[in-house]
Design a protein around this ligand. Structure first.
Ligand code: CP
Length: 323
């Protein structure tokens, strides 16, 4: 695999291979010396045209822990603010001699366009409302750690689905891994083409939680209401949205004992998720953040070191490669 642009790029075996490698990478997160020599001499550019906390910092940590050189370029503070185009920016970064570009952009399809202009590896770190494949991988990693194998599990994804690249990538990856997915949203926030997606679609959150609409729930993923992408009125008031679709303490109590609560972040507390749910023992939000580093290490390793290369030793390197 040269690029990772979509969760659809991954077969079930390919996804499991990355998730298994991520388990190895996860082991070094608890070690004192968090370095592997796997990508020594490689250079990765994080090219972020949209704000990010989790994705950008975890890609940076992932590259550094694999001993790559990592450079961050963001729209603010770069020549993008002077009007440079995406194409010219991508060509400029590639001309520096980098091995991989990790790109986040507000336009759907931006990462794919970049692959048509540059020869290096490209990873989609979120393109508009289209896809966020490494988020889906880290969600699957987190779920696998909680639930074991995902085949046959029922994952419910609730919220602003119209604007969610996380939902699309999760539907693709989770179904590839054999899970069943049900989407829940008010009709105004349900993607218009959802009938062609490989999942169920419901609007009554309480009926789904009680098992009446879609059967038992093994995991619940709450999504952010993306106010910055909304130009019109998708729901009457935030209070009404929270009443209909927020994860309140009462709804949290309806979940089966074993079912974790996920949220990709950043969270709108009090809107799509109550603080009681976000901070509950059920919440795996910070596990997702932690998984982000391991999964992104695995993705960078698979792309840059090559699928045929033996997995890296997880023993941390010693003085030899320290600066
Ligand atoms: N989940 C996610 O993509 O978060 P950031 O926008 O902080 O990267």
């Amino acid at each position: 695999m040269k690029h990772l642009l979509s969760a659809a790029d991954l077969s079930a075996d390919g996804a499991v291979e990355i998730l298994d490698s991520a388990e190895q990478m996860h082991a070094i997160q608890t070690r004192q010396v968090k370095k592997l020599p796997a990508l020594r001499g490689r250079t990765i550019v994080n090219l972020f045209f949209e704000d990010s906390t989790r994705t950008r910092s975890s890609f940076e940590i992932a590259g550094k822990w694999l001993s790559a050189d990592v450079i961050n370029v963001s729209a603010k503070g770069s020549s993008v603010s002077k009007g440079e185009s995406l194409r010219d920016t991508a060509l400029t970064v590639a001309a520096l001699g980098v091995d991989a570009i990790v790109i986040r952009h507000a336009s759907s399809g931006a990462a794919h366009r970049v692959t048509q202009w540059v020869g290096c590896h490209v990873v989609n770190a979120g393109d508009g409302t289209h896809e966020h494949p490494t988020q889906a991988l880290l969600d699957a990693f987190t779920l696998r750690r909680r639930l074991g194998e995902l085949a046959g599990r029922h994952v419910v994804i609730v919220g602003d689905l119209t604007h969610s690249r996380v939902a699309r990538s999760n539907v693709l990856l989770l179904t590839t891994l054999g899970a069943r997915v049900t989407l829940v949203a008010p009709p105004t926030l349900m993607p218009s083409a959802v009938d062609s997606w490989p999942c169920g679609a419901e609007w009554d959150f309480d009926a789904v939680l009680s098992g009446k609409a879609a059967g038992d729930v093994d995991a619940l993923m709450m999504l952010r209401v993306q106010r910055e992408r909304m130009s019109g009125g998708y729901f009457p008031t935030e209070r009404e949205y929270a009443i209909g679709y927020g994860l309140s303490p009462a709804r949290l109590d309806k979940l089966a004992e074993h079912a974790p609560v996920l949220h990709p972040g950043p969270m709108n507390r009090g809107l799509e998720i109550s603080s009681a749910a976000a901070d509950s023992a059920r919440s795996v939000v910070l596990d997702q953040v932690s998984a982000g580093v391991a999964v992104r290490m695995a993705v960078l390793y698979h792309l840059l070191a090559g699928a045929d290369t033996a997995p890296p030793a997880i023993e941390p390197v010693t003085e030899e490669v320290r600066p």
